[in-house]
Design a protein around this ligand. Structure first.
Ligand SMILES: Cc1ncc(COP(=O)(O)O)c(C=O)c1O
Length: 454
């Protein structure tokens, strides 16, 4: 009988995060100030983030120590298990061996606390009293609410309107951990009021919610902003996932052929894949395939342009070079709320541009079909975001069935779907829509991009 769970001891919890910036073939393009069009410096970011986070954002050190109080909170649920999906393998009748790293065991139910806890800690250390943030699916907001509770900080969450309406229980979870939650666009900020003036029934987007949270942080001395994805330090904090998974796959005696993760802003994918990519970048694992999966309704890597753009709709953030659909693009209200972001982590974009990683886009209905295949075999009910990775894993495993290849496929199972049951209800009732790629809307949004250099 094959072993099912590969578990690590608490003493195996990583002591350092891996910073892939040290190993990139070329350094990342600079982040640009939208006013001066010059590279920004630490002072430009100081109203938003504590200094330690700003240092981490630009650090070229390969390893960064995880502070003991952060590891102490991590120990509440880490190391997380790695599973062999042998029942799924049987259901698919595939010769492939499938493994998943299960991040849904965290208090908030996803990978998001890995960075939330670190960010709350550094803010507390530097005397910050309150944090603002945005949330899509509610996973990030609940992770930050939990982390703020752990370090005694106030937390205010701007939750994308469509998710606020679809997921009342996520909001309640945040409130249980003491956070204040508003639907975004809201009337609390200038950015929110501007959107509402144009479209009072706006479904919101991550881009709009970011503008609101940033605006409030900039205006208040006691408040800073916390971002749940996209930025280099966030992806680095998530590397605890891949560092553990590497040890666990070694324990299983396996060498992965294909790694898969879904991408919203790129953090669970980066956190899982980067520690393995270190080998590929060093030339030791040239054959390793790493696949990022995004929704067809918001296909930033597969259909976006690699240019400088704002991280938010209200143009409050600096300009970053990324694959983007345009900061004014508002994705269709798919149930994977955490994947409705117009841009992508610059680190993921650079690796895609340099053809180190691949990307695919999948539709909503086949994604839920894959989620149910998985849930009926393995038991765990995936978050709609995680189901995107599962769709691609199943497709890879079925290709192995055709070819007879015994590939080792590993994916990051980044969260459970216990608060996404209304989406499952719609799928089971045949009511889920597949949204075609909105060519015209993206063209319009891309036409409004700032012009920076070449
Ligand atoms: C469960 C889950 N997976 C994935 C994502 C996408 O974010 P990222 O690409 O940063 O992992 C989210 C975002 O909210 C999420 O909640």
């Amino acid at each position: 009988m094959p072993q099912i769970k590969f578990l690590l001891d608490e003493k195996d919890l990583p002591t350092r995060w891996y910073n892939i910036q040290a190993d990139l073939p070329q350094p990342l393009p600079p982040v640009i100030h939208p006013g001066t069009l010059q590279p920004i410096g630490p002072a430009d970011l100081a109203p938003l983030f504590p200094m330690e986070i700003i240092k981490q954002e630009v650090s070229q050190e390969r390893w960064i120590d995880i502070p003991e109080p952060v590891r102490d909170v991590y120990r509440q649920w880490r190391p997380t298990p790695l599973y062999r999906a042998r029942r799924l393998e049987q259901a698919l009748d595939t010769p492939a061996r499938i493994y998943y790293k299960w991040e849904g065991v965290s208090p908030a139910g996803s990978h998001k606390p890995n960075t939330a806890v670190a960010q709350a800690y550094y803010n507390k250390q530097e005397g910050v009293r309150r944090l603002t943030t945005e949330t899509g699916a509610g996973q990030w907001g609940s992770a930050l609410a939990f982390a703020c509770q752990a370090f005694d900080l106030e937390c205010k969450v701007y939750m994308v309107r469509v998710s606020y309406d679809q997921k009342p229980y996520r909001r309640l979870m945040m409130e249980c951990w003491g956070a204040r939650v508003l639907p975004s666009p809201s009337t609390d900020t200038r950015a929110g009021r501007a959107v509402l003036a144009k479209d009072p029934s706006s479904p919101g987007s991550l881009g709009i919610a970011i503008s609101e949270a940033v605006e409030e942080a900039v205006q208040r001395e006691d408040t800073k902003y916390s971002l749940g994805s996209v930025l280099n330090h966030v992806l680095m904090h998530q590397t605890v996932i891949g560092l553990e998974a590497r040890l666990q796959l070694e324990q299983a005696g396996e060498r992965p052929d294909v790694l898969v993760g879904c991408i919203g802003g790129g953090s669970n994918f980066g956190g899982f894949a980067f520690p393995f990519l270190a080998d590929k970048l060093a030339g030791r694992r040239k054959d390793l395939r790493v696949v990022a999966v995004e929704p067809q309704a918001c296909p930033s890597l597969t259909k976006g342009a690699y240019v400088y753009d704002f991280g938010d709709t209200g143009q409050m953030t600096p300009l970053v070079k990324m694959y983007t659909l345009g900061h004014s693009f508002i994705p269709a209200p798919i149930h994977a709320g955490g994947l409705r972001y117009h841009g992508m982590a610059p680190l993921v974009c650079a690796l895609y541009d340099q053809k180190v990683i691949e990307a695919v886009a999948v539709h909503q209905n086949p994604t839920f079909e894959a989620a149910l295949t998985f849930a009926r075999a393995e038991g765990f009910l995936p978050a709609p975001e995680a189901a995107h990775a599962i769709r691609t894993v199943i497709d890879e495993a079925l290709r192995c069935k055709q070819s007879g290849e015994r590939k080792v496929i590993a994916f990051n199972f980044c969260g459970h779907g216990h608060f996404d049951l209304s989406a499952y209800e719609r799928y089971l009732g045949g009511k889920l829509e597949d949204y075609e790629y909105p060519t015209e809307k993206v063209k319009e949004a891309l036409a409004g991009l700032p012009r920076v250099g070449g």
